[in-house]
Ligand binder design. Structure first.
Ligand SMILES: Cc1cc2nc3c(=O)[nH]c(=O)nc-3n(C[C@H](O)[C@H](O)[C@H](O)COP(=O)(O)O)c2cc1C
Length: 192
């Protein structure tokens, strides 16, 4: 698959095969990929918490999924993530560390896609309870949670509809569509 098609395939995933749980080795692979990413001043301030099994089941209700899908309360039993990665940063970090954080998250999402896993980057979660559950050290803040599992959801990126709405949506078969702005809208200047 060429790289553009691979990136297109790496859409956010919110439904997983719960009967095919990820393993410790799978999570180590994802963190190993994140370990080799660019980092401002090469400071490498992002820390990872690998979450499986019982702890993943406890973390799930602290996370919030797909706010734009008003009639859907998040993945049902049987379709829930089987693993999470918590990404933490120092409380005292500067803004460049958040750039590193995004690079790590997208690298994990691409790495997950390469193995047939799905990933949902989650910023909306119960901070206090999640930090307690994951025993985040006092000097760190839990900055993102990545929901992971074997992907079962069909996801497609599409052009924006005539209305210009950016809301993602599903059809009757449950296919998940993600509108993306056109190249012409994104490139604001071309200096040839
Ligand atoms: C920083 C960030 C935070 C996000 N937080 C959430 C979240 O809390 N819950 C959720 O379901 N999706 C979350 N997402 C996923 C976005 O909704 C998703 O990326 C967007 O709908 C575009 O879909 P795509 O990733 O398939 O292109 C987040 C994504 C990013 C990059």
């Amino acid at each position: 698959m060429d790289f553009l098609n691979f990136v297109k395939k790496a859409r956010t995933c919110r439904r997983f095969a719960e009967d095919k749980p990820l393993s410790r080795e799978d999570l180590d692979f994802l963190v190993e990929c994140a370990r080799h990413t660019p980092s401002a001043r090469n400071a490498q301030q992002v820390r990872f918490v690998e979450v499986l099994s019982e702890c993943a089941a406890k973390l799930f209700p602290l996370t919030h999924w797909a706010m734009a899908l008003k009639d859907w309360k998040g993945p049902f039993a049987g379709e829930r993530p089987t693993a999470f990665l918590g990404l933490a940063l120092p409380k005292s970090c500067g803004e460049l560390a958040f750039v590193d954080l995004g690079i790590c998250a997208q690298t994990v999402q691409l790495a997950a896609t390469s193995r047939g896993f799905g990933c949902c980057i989650i910023k909306s979660f119960d901070q206090q309870k999640a930090e307690e559950l994951l025993e985040i050290p006092d000097d760190l803040q839990l900055s993102l949670v990545l929901g992971l599992g074997v992907a079962v959801e069909k996801r497609v990126s599409v052009d924006l509809p005539a209305s210009g709405s950016l809301n993602y949506y599903r059809d009757a078969e449950g296919v998940h569509y993600v509108p993306k702005r056109s190249l012409e809208e994104l490139v604001i200047r071309r200096f040839d």
